[in-house]
Design a protein around this ligand. Structure first.
Ligand code: GDP
Length: 298
């Protein structure tokens, strides 16, 4: 519903409030473009993307007198155009189990997102198994069990400190034996030792491929929108250490940094499968470009 629309923006309203008097129509000139760029950068769109968006919207229109609504619409259209190709739900395959590897730094919302997705898949009639692959964080395993209970989905765990790949292997066996539709595997998110993490993820992949050489079928990278431009670095890092197939952007509720999604789409073109809009189980929404663009520019 409309309450789920992220409201980071009010960009143009802010711009218009800057003037002493409200002006009905403004000339689209360099000064105006600079102001728009600045506002987009404030919303964490990044310099490159902000420049591209404003340049595209101004093309053939420099010197035109435009109303606020016209400017909003042009900007929103430009943002929608960038976002539409990436707004795609996580693809489902006839594979059983379809293996979904979930990666991302600690605190990004991996556990929560796995719980929300499991609940959605279950509501869609799919059977789901979760593997608590971050075996080094006891708290993470406990949290995942809480989410598994909420979603009504079994969570496979292993003793603290045990090999995540071995858990993944057991989870594959269980998911196969149960005839589960989906196996979601949580992973560690310690970026402090990138080489270790890379090896850990590679080993999980090797082991599940012994059972299904086409797995994992999805590798979801969970990103926290409130980290702003940092999310771009995280995509770069995780693309080096895993085969990221899509993104989930969390914490879009109440952040003014939603513009980072536009930068991500512009820079990487990875699908955005869903957005997190709260801490409850139903707070995961499909990504709607037009709605998002309207909220960002509104
Ligand atoms: P993990 O360490 O990556 O597994 O992260 P968690 O799933 O434990 O989430 C970290 C924190 O972010 C928790 O307090 C969650 O409730 C919160 N969180 C996760 N997703 C969202 C979201 O979409 N919106 C909000 N507001 N909080 C979220």
């Amino acid at each position: 519903g409309p309450s789920e629309v992220p409201q980071p923006g009010g960009l143009l309203n802010r711009l218009l409030r800057r003037g002493a008097k409200p002006v009905a129509r403004r000339t689209l000139d360099d000064a105006m473009l600079e102001q728009l760029e600045e506002l987009l950068i404030t919303a964490d769109m990044g310099v490159d993307t902000a420049l591209r968006v404003t340049a595209n919207m101004a093309e053939g229109r420099l010197g035109n007198k435009l109303s606020t609504d016209e400017i909003k619409t042009l900007l929103a259209d430009e943002i929608t155009r960038i976002m539409e190709p990436v707004a795609r739900p996580m693809p489902l395959y006839p594979k059983r189990p379809q293996v979904v590897l979930v990666v991302g730094v600690n605190g990004s919302g991996k556990t929560t997102t796995i719980g929300k997705l499991a609940s959605q898949f279950k509501a869609a009639g799919k059977s789901v198994v979760i593997a608590a692959g971050d075996t080094f964080r006891a708290a993470a395993v406990e949290q995942l069990q809480v989410w598994g209970d909420r979603a009504g989905v079994p969570v496979l765990t292993a003793p603290e400190g045990s090999d995540p790949a071995s858990l993944a292997f057991d989870a594959m066996a269980k998911a196969e034996a149960d005839g589960a539709d989906l196996l979601m595997i949580d992973t560690a998110g310690r970026l402090q030792n990138r080489a270790d993490l890379m090896e850990e993820l590679a080993k999980i992949v090797r082991v599940i491929r012994k059972k299904d050489e086409t797995a994992p079928h999805n590798t979801l990278l969970v990103l926290d929108a409130t980290t702003g431009q940092n999310a771009l670095n995280q995509v770069e890092i995780f693309r080096k250490i895993s085969d990221v197939s899509g993104l989930v952007m969390t914490k879009l509720d109440g952040t003014a940094r939603g513009g980072v999604l536009v930068a991500l789409a512009d820079k990487f073109g990875l699908p955005i499968h869903a957005i997190g809009v709260g801490e409850q189980i139903d707070d995961l929404a499909p990504f709607e470009p037009a709605e998002f663009a309207a909220a960002l520019t509104g």
